[in-house]
Design a binder for this molecule. Structure first.
Ligand SMILES: Nc1ncnc2c1ncn2[C@@H]1O[C@H](COP(=O)(O)OP(=O)(O)OP(=O)(O)O)[C@@H](O)[C@H]1O
Ligand SMILES: [Mg+2]
Length: 469
């Protein structure tokens, strides 16, 4: 692979003739005058041409160095990985506009950029390089405008809401820090992925990430799990054993469900946080640890403090850097981009490329998601298994998400108002209609389905949702 410097210095070019390079230079100049930076990709999603304007973001020589690299390494796998939504769109011959990515470069600050991508249309004169198949246009994001627009991808996560964009900024801020972090949020909001992400972007990224779930073990076992024990310390302690703090040396200890740590252990934990010292169970030798602590809980620690079940001093020691993950229902803007990402993930596992029908999006947007992102992920996995065609329909979703009422509802262009309970109050009427259709057809399913104009499997799902089976 050779790099070609053109006389006008307007671009870097991998192969291709000087004429082709000039053609890209012209495209580049046109976009450049609008403050946009261009890249052309080949069929393997490698950067074939990159505008030198990229150097305003990435530093000198950056454009030439990028040529031949995968676009994924520059703009992240969430967008351009094998199942990334932008790669998928380009492969399907579609364009995508206004997505945002956190651009990562070695030794430089992370930058938020706006990304659009489209398949390149062949030019009439045939001067453009035929190996350049896709165009990617990047625009540095004006920090003040960050709170609006398309989804943001970065750190292996995806989001569109202002709340999650702020969380992304915090991960960015923490990149050079080893502070203790407390991640709070309802079940399934992504506390563990957040903890892993913070670790993976911290100065300790090459060290271990060790997770301990405080809710999964009774007090005595938890103590020995965390700090280790010596032989004979308790029945069954047949040999000396190192604890998780030792395993997390030079890395991060993820203390999950920290709200469940019993009071007597909270004292020991406080000491680790203050003095970095502890003893193995049954041992008198004091040990030191340098593990960084990231704690998480779905409980309200403040309330536990008020109730006397969580030490106040430990609470403040843990929340040096608090990150609160909002529930999915209070950041509905994230539902659609997250669905597309998760569906692509599920699709690549099951070898299927599924699309989303607008009705399915409507149902997903109107559900309350008590189980948050995990519930969304599970619902999509279920739907991908049930779905027979290429487009996911509401009736493919689990019944609690798309109950009979939603399936029978007339087409609506606007998202339905949020349901606080999966089974909405309108259900009795819908149930009633379903039941009378069944009665009219003497509960013959084939005939009922025909009279309602739905398939037998749809009817069966509606009956199940309405508890009529
Ligand atoms: N922003 C996100 N982008 C993509 N996937 C996400 C995001 N947030 C969460 N997930 C996915 O949702 C699932 C649940 O996340 P995670 O296990 O981190 O939640 P949690 O808050 O620790 O839940 P719990 O309190 O039940 O332990 C995971 O499969 C994770 O990959
Ligand atoms: Mg968890």
């Amino acid at each position: 692979m050779t790099s070609l410097d053109t006389p006008d210095g307007g671009l870097s070019c991998e192969v291709g003739s000087p004429e082709q390079a000039r053609a890209f230079s012209a495209v580049n100049a046109a976009f450049g005058s609008l403050g946009r930076i261009c890249m052309a990709l080949d069929g393997d999603f490698r950067i074939r041409y990159a505008s030198e304007l990229l150097e305003t973001l990435l530093g000198p020589e950056a454009a030439a160095q990028l040529v031949g690299l995968s676009v994924e390494s520059l703009l992240g796998s969430e967008l351009f990985g094998l199942d990334g939504p932008l790669r998928q769109a380009l492969l399907a011959g579609e364009k995508r506009e206004g997505w945002r990515a956190v651009l990562h470069v070695a030794h430089g600050p992370a930058r938020l950029v706006s990304v659009s991508a489209a398949p390149l249309i062949r030019d009439r004169l045939g001067v453009c390089d035929p190996a350049a198949l896709y165009l990617v246009v990047v625009r540095p994001e004006d920090e003040s405008g960050v709170e609006e627009g398309g989804p943001v991808a970065g750190f292996g996560l995806i989001a569109r809401s202002p709340a999650m964009t702020r969380v992304f900024r915090m991960i960015d801020v923490l990149q050079h820090s080893e502070s203790t972090v407390l991640v709070t949020g309802e079940s399934g909001t992504g506390k563990e992925v957040m903890a892993r992400t913070i670790h993976a972007h911290s100065p300790r990224k090459s060290g271990p990430f060790v997770a301990v779930n405080a809710a999964a073990l009774p007090g005595e076992l938890l103590e020995s799990e965390l700090f280790g024990h010596v032989r004979g310390a308790f029945t069954g302690a047949v040999r000396d054993r190192a604890g998780r703090f030792e395993a997390a040396e030079d890395g991060t200890l993820f203390l999950d469900e920290v709200g469940d740590v019993p009071l007597h252990l909270q004292v020991k934990l406080l000491r680790v946080l203050q003095e970095h010292t502890y003893e193995r169970v049954g041992d008198s030798q004091t040990r030191r640890t340098n593990a960084r602590i990231i704690a998480a809980t779905n409980r309200n620690l403040r309330r536990l403090v008020t109730d006397g079940r969580f030490r106040e001093d430990l609470y403040y020691r843990l929340r040096v850097f608090p990150i609160e993950l909002p529930p999915l229902r209070s950041r509905r803007e994230d539902i659609e981009p997250m669905t597309r990402l998760l569906l692509a993930r599920v699709g690549s596992r099951t070898g299927r490329a599924l699309r989303l029908s607008p009705e399915a999006v409507r149902v997903l947007l109107s559900y309350d998601w008590p189980g948050n992102v995990r519930e969304l992920e599970n619902a999509l996995e279920f739907a991908a298994t049930v779905c027979r065609g290429q487009t996911l329909q509401p009736e493919d979703l689990p019944p609690e998400i798309a109950p009979a009422s939603a399936l029978l509802a007339p087409e609506e262009s606007e998202p339905a108002p949020a349901r606080t309970r999966p089974v909405a109050s309108s259900l009795p009427t819908e149930d009633h209609e379903l039941r009378s259709a069944l009665d009219r057809n003497r509960w013959n399913r084939v005939e009922t389905a025909r009279s309602l104009g739905v398939s037998r499997s749809t009817l069966w799902r509606r009956m199940r949702a309405a508890r009529l089976t």
